[in-house]
Design a protein around this ligand. Structure first.
Ligand SMILES: Cc1ncc(COP(=O)(O)O)c(C=O)c1O
Length: 369
């Protein structure tokens, strides 16, 4: 007799049993083979479609020869260059294996099963995963119309046990941002025992007049961590480099819980070179700005609702089962991202190169015809 299921369920704590593995989708080559299509375009993971800076590629080549040595465990050069870039000290920066690792570390460093956290929904799935993994109870507060942050409603869920509150600004998957006024009120008014995590993975793409990075509002709150990444605007997603910024007495705890060599040497070298090539970032941000506006206008003309986006993707309501939309688009060679309830008629579409966006818009026209 096979009792594997019941044996396995006793092997891990209940919170781990509740976790569902992140589903990244199949590799593009496999999908092309299975569906018998060619030249599929991948607009599913909010990646930089132009690629990294040529300087970063060169730096990776050079660093490759030294991989017999462990990387610099403190990411000394990268942290000091980032500190200069942001006009802060390197003690205020902790590097992570992608900002994803930092989210995970933050959950288990600052909170435990007897604490509490607040997140929004829909938002980045890794807050939910990180908190569940660390067995931290949390409230998931609905965004207004499923699209727009409702910070007062999140603040209302804070109680004396609340240690963490996560806000992605701009948000994934909706693309919405929090304006200066609402962010100021949140950072100023929350009780001191709440560590606010402002995830700014898409900060470079935000151009709304009232958008402000929490880095400009740091004086309002000691208990604040700002997350940044090299995965989006810098085009280094595969390298896994992100960082946390906060007061030394706050972020230094992450050095206790992180693994010693959590960022590889090739990744560090690439990030350093990419940071120096701000012109490459600026070109992509500009392309994203014009293409985001073009894709939004074209979809609106087709009669579908597009949420206003401050990021490198748009969130689109096809007003029908999004799995069906996903499947049909896939067969037309366009890979986009359906979202679970409560937004299961919406799909997130990364802004690609102009020709990739044309492929998506062509597929959308055919689907809606
Ligand atoms: C809001 C948000 N935060 C963090 C990340 C993770 O980025 P990283 O590649 O740095 O782990 C993503 C990636 O999609 C994201 O959308």
């Amino acid at each position: 007799m096979c009792h594997t299921g019941s044996v396995m369920s006793r092997m891990v704590p209940e919170n781990v049993e509740r976790l569902v593995p992140y589903s990244p989708g199949k590799p593009i080559e496999e999908l092309e083979r299975e569906l018998g299509i060619k030249n599929a375009v991948k607009l599913a993971s909010n990646e930089n479609p132009r690629g990294p800076s040529p300087r970063a590629i060169e730096a990776m080549r050079e660093a490759a020869a030294g991989v017999n040595r462990y990387p610099d465990a403190a990411s000394w050069n990268l942290r000091s260059e980032l500190a200069a870039h942001h006009g802060i000290s390197m003690e205020e920066i902790v590097m992570g294996n992608g900002s994803n690792e930092l989210i995970d570390l933050i959950c288990r460093t600052y909170a435990g099963p007897s604490d509490h956290a607040v997140i929004g929904v829909p938002s980045f799935v890794c807050y939910h995963l990180g908190l569940t993994s660390a067995n931290v109870p949390f409230d998931a507060v609905p965004l207004r119309e499923h699209l727009f942050w409702d910070l007062p409603a999140m603040a209302a869920k804070v109680n004396e046990r609340t240690r963490l509150l996560f806000v992605a600004n701009p948000n994934n998957p909706t693309g919405a941002h929090v304006g200066r006024e609402a962010l100021t009120a949140l950072l100023r008014d929350l009780p001191e025992h709440v560590l606010v995590v402002l995830d700014e993975a898409y900060v470079e793409f935000a151009d709304a007049e009232d958008y402000v990075s929490a880095l400009e509002l740091r004086d309002l709150r000691e208990q604040l961590i700002v997350l940044r990444t090299f995965s989006k605007a810098y085009g280094l997603a595969a390298n896994r480099v992100g960082y946390a910024i906060g007061r030394p007495e706050v972020v230094s705890y992450l050095h206790r819980t992180r693994a010693p060599f959590n960022v590889g040497s090739i990744a560090q070298a690439a990030a350093r070179a990419a940071l120096k090539d701000q012109a490459h970032v600026a070109e992509y941000v500009e392309l994203n700005r014009t293409e985001r506006a073009r894709v939004t206008a074209a979809l609106t003309e087709l009669g579908v609702r597009v949420a206003p986006s401050q990021a490198n993707f748009v969130f689109v309501d096809f007003a029908r089962d999004n799995k069906e939309v996903y499947d049909r688009m896939l067969r037309m060679g366009v890979i986009i991202r359906p979202m679970p309830k409560p937004v299961d008629t919406w799909l997130r579409v990364t802004i690609g190169l102009p020709e990739e966006n044309d492929r998506f818009l062509g597929a959308a026209r055919e689907l809606l015809a």
